[in-house]
Design a protein around this ligand. Structure first.
Ligand code: ADP
Ligand code: ZN
Length: 669
């Protein structure tokens, strides 16, 4: 479609490749995105490919179009059995002949699929990796014609990763048995090491590598100081994401359940999800999440891989992820549809203490602990940075940020002030030294801060800490500020926590601060967390056609949404299988008057136009004429979806709500 300008018809027609025709006709999209076209062309021509694209980058088309263009069936290997039905439903809604074979089917269902495959009646066949190990499966595949092998979530082959699946190792057999069938391995895991492991273990030395930008411009990154996490979460949800679908991540099973209960009590529909729930409950909660508009899932990291729900509007973290990789992967589940979304995290001193304790007390040898500590340090640096978070993230993954300041993260929207914390650091470190040197004592952050503030608590009196020369030398800062100092010194490696009680001890570098050889720069603790609207307008950089809806399009959008909900219910599929939000927003804004005009909307291919076109026009019909004839509504009132400013979190004066729900071990499946 590009570059042919005003040339005559025939030239334009023939210049359009079969892949482009498929993109328009089946998927209803105007142009390929980023690397998609290069990948598709390479695979259609029979080449192997390793594709690294962020979540929401559009990996699926990279194998679906070659599968449709090349003769035979595209075989997709995916570990996500629970999601295969939805994936296949979504493809069928586009008129693609798709099917799957996995353990959820009974014998007869499987037989039907096998027969369709052998008869050449399938464009795409989804398989779980454990099935591919079976001789019977390999024999079945050998009797049919295969257009391409797609290995989805290819990082599952990486042995040291979170998601390792031993069955993936057997996939190297594909290249040996089908040397002429192109293979495409896809992942959203960004690290170079994983990339190389994929190439090596899948036996794809000649594959061409495609690496997309890992930037997710529609996601707004925000990390706020933790004071009362559940209340902070509640106001974040109420003020900015009322009625939106989202995921809240917690470390422990217990806190997912308590947080979900708390949200429900406060009028937000939420369900927990963790590996300790029975399989039936897990499946039910996941299915509800995929199907319902507006459900919040409060989960451990057991939830999320491969959840390709496009309209997740926020991902919130109540606990610190263990690595930047984890943070990026989890937050990446927001906004696959390209519309504005928020990655929000509350982070505090206790997170640092807890994670450091976990590493020290955890399993694994010294090398493992060192690696874990390095991962944590990188995560802490991201939390404590005064620079653009997006730029930090991209740099971490070895990519050049487009600009030094993205304008769509909290540090860009509300630049944090920094201050010279050298004297404060010295006061704090000397208190730690005094206790250790003069009395052989070690205490946690709470006691140290009480001493600095000159508080005569029972525990201070019990240990005669009001007799220390450092007692009360830190009254110029508040408790929250002192906790911020401790947290940042921990993050900078100038202080360390030790043992089961999280006592504070000096590090090798502390000496240089005490000896005045080194300045310590600290971030000011924000009086109130930066909010989306803190700089007035928000920079929406969504790639979707309509990020913010015009006020007069809002009722149309809502009516279309209701109509879509009814269709989805009738058919027992998630709403996004009918239409994505982005498509509905564009329809509501453009208000096409005919099927032909409707066909010009992104995401409306031939099949969907035929199935739903009339229904959509009927909904639009009830709103009367639109477009240029519509009267000028005058100056626009507040645009849709721009949230009101968030009030600062309530400050709890003496309780220590930051200290989580419980001391239960976190979950790392
Ligand atoms: P990934 O698997 O990489 O996370 P998907 O394949 O699910 O991403 O695509 C993410 C979203 O982008 C989907 O909603 C998809 O329909 C949409 N999309 C993909 N390619 C295009 C394109 N060329 N034009 C418009 N939308 C696209
Ligand atoms: Zn930024």
């Amino acid at each position: 479609m590009s570059g042919t300008g005003g040339t005559m018809v025939d030239v334009t027609e023939s210049a359009e490749s079969e892949a482009q025709q498929t993109l328009h006709r089946v998927f209803g999209y105007e142009t390929f995105r980023g690397e998609q076209e290069a990948v598709v062309d390479h695979v259609v021509a029979g080449g192997d490919a390793v594709v690294l694209m962020p979540t929401g980058g559009g990996k699926s088309l990279c194998y679906q179009i070659p599968a449709l263009v090349r003769p035979g069936t595209g075989v997709v290997v995916s570990p996500l059995i629970a999601l295969m039905q939805d994936q296949v439903d979504a493809l069928r809604a586009l008129g693609v002949r798709a099917g799957f074979i996995n353990s959820t089917q009974d014998f007869d269902e499987r037989r039907v699929m096998e027969a369709e495959f052998l008869a050449g009646e399938l464009d795409l066949l989804y398989l779980a990796p454990e099935r591919l190990r079976l001789d019977s499966t390999l024999q079945l595949l050998a009797r049919g014609k295969i257009s391409v092998f797609a290995i989805d979530e290819a990082h599952c082959v990486a042995q040291w990763g979170h998601d390792f699946r031993p069955d993936y190792l057997a996939l190297s057999v594909l290249g040996e048995r089908w040397p002429d069938v192109p293979r495409i391995a896809l992942t959203a895991t960004a690290t170079n090491a994983t990339h190389q492991e994929i190439t090596h273990r899948l036996g794809m030395p000649d594959a061409k590598h495609f690496v997309a930008s890992f930037d997710r411009p529609n996601i707004q990154y925000r990390i706020v100081a933790k004071s009362d996490p559940k209340k902070q979460l509640l106001s974040f949800l109420k003020e900015e994401h009322a009625g939106d679908v989202g995921i809240v991540y917690c470390l422990s099973r217990n806190s997912t359940e308590k947080t979900a209960e708390y949200l429900c009590r406060n009028g937000i529909e939420a369900v927990p999800y963790h590996a300790g729930l029975d399989a039936g409950t897990r499946a039910r909660h996941q299915a509800r999440f995929l199907r319902e508009d507006g459900l919040v899932v409060v989960a451990t990291i057991a939830f999320g891989m491969g959840i390709d729900k496009p309209d997740v509007r926020f991902v919130a973290h109540l606990d610190l992820p263990k690595s930047v990789e984890g943070y990026y992967q989890e937050t990446g589940r927001a906004g696959r549809d390209g519309l504005p979304s928020t990655a929000w995290m509350a982070y505090g001193l206790q997170d640092v203490v807890q994670q450091r304790k976990l590493i020290q007390g955890g399993e694994g040898d010294e090398a493992f602990r060192r690696r874990a500590a390095a991962h944590l340090d990188a995560m802490l640096a991201l939390c404590e940075t005064a620079d653009c978070r997006r730029a930090r993230l991209l740099t971490y993954f070895g990519q050049e940020p487009q600009t030094a300041a993205c304008g769509n993260c909290d540090t860009c929207l509300t630049p944090p002030e920094t201050w010279d914390g050298t004297v404060a650091a010295q006061k704090l470190l000397s208190t730690v030294v005094r206790l250790k040197r003069e009395r052989g004592q070690k205490f946690g952050a709470g006691q140290i801060v009480d001493i600095l503030l000159g508080r005569k608590t029972a525990k201070v009196i019990q240990f005669d800490h009001d007799q220390l020369s450092v007692f009360g030398i830190g009254e110029e800062l508040s408790e929250a500020e002192w906790r911020g100092v401790v947290r940042q010194l921990l993050a900078q490696g100038l202080l360390e926590v030790e043992g089961e009680y999280g006592t504070l001890v000096l590090t090798e570098d502390s000496g240089s601060v005490l000896g005045r050889e080194r300045e310590v720069r600290l971030r000011k603790e924000a009086a109130k967390p930066a909010s989306r609207s803190s700089k007035g307008e928000r920079k929406a950089k969504a790639s979707a056609a309509v990020a913010e809806l015009d006020p007069e399009a809002v009722p149309v959008f809502e009516a279309l949404r209701a109509w879509r909900g009814a269709r989805a219910k009738e058919q027992g599929v998630p709403a996004y299988v009918i239409f994505h939000d982005a498509t509905l927003r564009e329809i509501a804004t453009v208000r096409p008057a005919s099927l032909v005009e409707l066909g010009g909307i992104g995401g409306l291919g031939e099949k969907k136009l035929a199935t739903y076109g009339e229904g959509v026009l009927e909904v639009l019909g009830s709103f009367g004429a639109a477009g240029p004839e519509a009267p000028d509504p005058g100056p626009a009132p507040a645009p849709h979806h721009v949230p009101a400013p968030v009030p600062g979190p309530p400050v709890a004066p003496d309780a220590d709500p930051e200290f989580g729900w419980d001391e239960e071990p976190p979950e790392y499946e």
